[in-house]
Design a protein around this ligand. Sequence first.
Ligand code: B12
Length: 221
Amino acid sequence: MESSKNKEEVFERLKQAIIEGDEVEAVKWAEEAVKRGIDAYEAISKGCLEGMNVVGDKYARREYFIPEVVLAAQAMNMAVEVLKPHVKMEKGPSGVVVIGTVQGDVHDIGKNIVKIMLEAAGFKVIDLGRDVPLKDFVETAKQQNADIIAMSALMTTTMPGMGKVVKMLEEDENLRRRVKVMIGGAPTSEEYARRIGADAWGKDAVAAVELAKKFMQEKHV
Ligand code: B12
């Protein structure tokens, strides 16, 4: 078992590599985490995500600009690729989720983390990617007999798209009854989810998994 000091060192190195947008270091410390038997999800959340949060703050404070953010995102994706196969999987499939970032929005880092966590929890996840035409969420959910639609939006300008998807879903009463809708992304909130008629809002990837499990339990009672 890895000592907590050792673990903290790896998380810190991963975090710094993401902040610096250093792909080589990010991969090196992701591999190191695997080698040392550190829980892969913990490495993603306490290393990579923490690093990306710092990058987000720096961007907001105009210390970083788009090129630095792109480098950080690349480093993060490379590290996550190394860690992903080692995330402990629960027995599944426990339900089908259609996920994507809504039309007009290319931010997909958070969405990808939510996807990894849902898969690790045993869900079958159909990833529509980013900048997803709104009708695709509804059509795919129908075709694939999905249980859940999960939408991500990172901009105030694109979040209304999520409400439009709920409206489209409501056009088919049976489908609306069968498919739960959860939303997330930095500008969204519990209150916003309620306002647009979504079933739930999740603060992060851990919350997304809890909500998805709760939806499935409700379905089976
Ligand atoms: C990285 C980033 C980019 C990268 C995106 C790379 C990529 N592949 O995703 C690049 C450089 C491409 C980019 C581009 C742009 N960006 Co940008 N970007 C960011 C930044 C710095 C970080 C976002 C991020 O990845 N965070 C880390 C992830 C892990 O967090 P997260 O997405 O919030 O996800 C977590 C939770 O929210 C939740 N979650 C997310 N989705 C879901 C879904 C469900 C169902 C659930 C339950 C939970 C959940 O779980 C996740 C994991 O815990 C933010 C700043 C910020 N503070 O958010 C700006 C930000 C989002 N960008 C912004 C802007 C304006 C832009 C651009 C328009 C800039 C430009 N002038 O070109 C373009 C947008 C182009 C477009 N059409 O989409 C603004 C948006 C402002 C607004 N209108 O609301 C922000 C807020 C920056 C700012 N302060 O101005 N950006």
